[in-house]
Ligand binder design. Sequence first.
Ligand code: ADP
Ligand code: MG
Length: 424
Amino acid sequence: MTSDLFNNFADGGVGNVQTGEGVDLKKALLSKLKEIYNNLDSPALREVIEKCELEEFEDKVVIRVPDEYCKFAFLKEIYPRLKSEFNVPLPVLTPSEDIVFELSPKYTFKNFIVGKGNVYAVRACQVAVENLRRKSLPFNPIFIYGKVGVGKTHLLQATGNKALEKGFKVVYRSSIDFAEEVVSALKEGSIGYLREFYKNVDVLLIDDIQFMAGKERTQLEFFNIFNHLYQNNKLVVIASDRPPKRLKDIMDRLVNRFEGGLVTELKIDEVVKKAIIREKLIIYGMPVDEGIIEYIAQNTGDNVREIEGFIARLKIEEPKGEKLGPALKTPSPEEILKVVSDYYGIPKGKLLKKTRNRKISLARQVAIYLIRELCGLPLAKIGRIFGVTDHTSVLYAIKKISAMIKEDNEFSSEVDFLKRRLNL
Ligand code: ADP
Ligand code: MG
């Protein structure tokens, strides 16, 4: 047999295993996989087994398959034979899926600056983690809301990292990724596995819950998982851009659950803001001077990403000996795309293609709006940049964004912020 899976293991592929349980589980899995492999008649299915790898994390083993096809075949034909003998979650993942590795160690409580505007939320998360082993959590779920760039993701991740450090099973998910997982699990018939996976975590962190809007099936799956975790005293922390009551197209049952926990707003106050500016100046190797801190504080909003962008720009301007402060100019479509792409964390290539993904589509529409407003290009030309032949969708994007700016203050300040980044 030429399987990499079995050879690696025999060659000491387990040498880097960190936990005893992981090794045992991996060994047991491997021997069961060998048995299944030897009893398989289909060469194609044998190949699927040969191509997969076993990865340990904490006390879990992840079955890594190379692509969607292998995942489908594995879940349909091999997984049922395997699962009957193992009473633990066995995630089967393609390389692009990461359930257990989504926490980034760079976000911790240690590097989170605390002040009046965020102390309550921070303490709530810390106390919850400290109480994870207790019979009942002081508050559950914790619902953190706040504007863009006030540290929601950082706080969620810090909570996760702390819990991970204490040996708990932690899953961090943006609601977009969760929804995608639900959809593909339904398609592949692996929803049972997905439920089981989520019901086995100690801490579930769901970021940007507002993007679950309108996704009924996803909400239903989340509701069931949530109830299970809640009843078993497992912590759920949710981040949102608005309070539960203002969530649109989210089922009442879920909103009620959120309101039944601890709901707290995350804000950046002046003291925190200045402390963050000071820290960022140090990181960027710039002079830390009260005057500069004051100048930056006055020229930026309560959005750490904006503050960072402002400092980064000062850093670029510095060697040219230009005066500090914004200069008026007309940005190019290219510059606008870059700023929008950086801000939303969506690659430029994705902004240029039509998509059904709401988050990407909104960012695309914002880019279209800004290009029209700031560069004044004709609709047809903007259409060509965004790969559409008729310009009705360009017009639609501009109208939609203009209306949103009028109706939604938070969104309006987001667009203002983007304009400021473009030096306007
Ligand atoms: P949100 O999720 O609310 O949009 P993020 O958590 O992504 O915001 O924060 C944006 C950036 O600001 C991140 O780099 C984060 O580390 C930093 N940040 C936010 N709040 C703080 C804070 N209180 N202390 C230190 N860094 C912060
Ligand atoms: Mg965030």
